[in-house]
Design a protein around this ligand. Structure first.
Ligand SMILES: Cc1cc2nc3c(=O)[nH]c(=O)nc-3n(C[C@H](O)[C@H](O)[C@H](O)COP(=O)(O)O)c2cc1C
Length: 189
């Protein structure tokens, strides 16, 4: 069982990172092999909608997303962690998500060679926003959960937390506990 953590914040050691580490610890404690990808260290350009992947399943852009596609295919569960930037996800996370396009054909069906590896893959999300009202992150949850529903991936839940300054979330024991439990769920369901 492999669990892949995907960090969408450029603030390493920040709030999303702390909660992702909690989730990956939960997954590891449940017996999973874990790996973390820090998106801001990767070169990931935006999708060009060139439609070349519709036939081949391979993205025409030759950057780090090609290796990330392979890591996604090999993992049983993906845990994304991202802060809210302007009521939405960060640019790094959006570029990553848009490049999922390569997995689909022109009718947004999984390419048949990817489907056996993607079918039922577990998807989880952690959000952090500066706003005390965590529903500020609802658009990110909507984006990822709807993607899962549309493509028959297995949505396993979201942890939504609030914090502003770097590392502030470390004081929030309940958010850390929730993130740990989400990681365990990713590794065991
Ligand atoms: C460019 C930028 C835009 C932001 N926009 C929002 C926002 O729209 N709503 C909000 O609640 N917080 C917003 N924040 C605050 C971050 O979500 C918050 O500081 C969060 O804890 C950062 O998480 P991190 O430490 O994982 O990077 C913004 C921060 C930055 C840098």
């Amino acid at each position: 069982m492999k669990v892949l953590g995907i960090l969408g914040s450029p603030r390493i050691g920040g709030n999303s990172d702390i909660l992702l580490e909690q989730a990956l610890t939960g997954a590891r404690d449940a017996g999973a092999e874990v790996e973390k990808i820090i998106l801001c260290y990767q070169k990931i350009s935006g999708c060009l909608n060139c439609e070349k992947c519709n036939e081949t399943g391979l993205c025409a852009i030759k950057d780090d997303m090609l290796e990330i596609h392979n890591k996604i295919l090999e993992a049983e569960a993906l845990i994304h962690s991202v802060p809210v930037y302007f009521w939405s996800m960060t640019a790094q996370m959006k570029a990553y998500l848009d490049r999922w396009c390569a997995f689909f054909d022109a009718e947004w069906r999984w390419h048949k060679f990817y489907y056996p590896k993607m079918k039922g893959k577990k998807i989880a999300l952690i959000t952090v926003c500066g706003d005390p009202d965590v529903s500020t992150a609802d658009p990110i949850v909507h984006s990822l959960k709807t993607t899962c529903d549309f493509t028959k991936l297995k949505w396993i839940g979201a942890v939504m937390a609030s914090a502003s300054t770097k590392g502030e979330i470390a004081k929030n024991e309940s958010a850390k506990k929730e993130a740990y439990a989400l990681g365990q769920k990713a590794a065991t369901l």
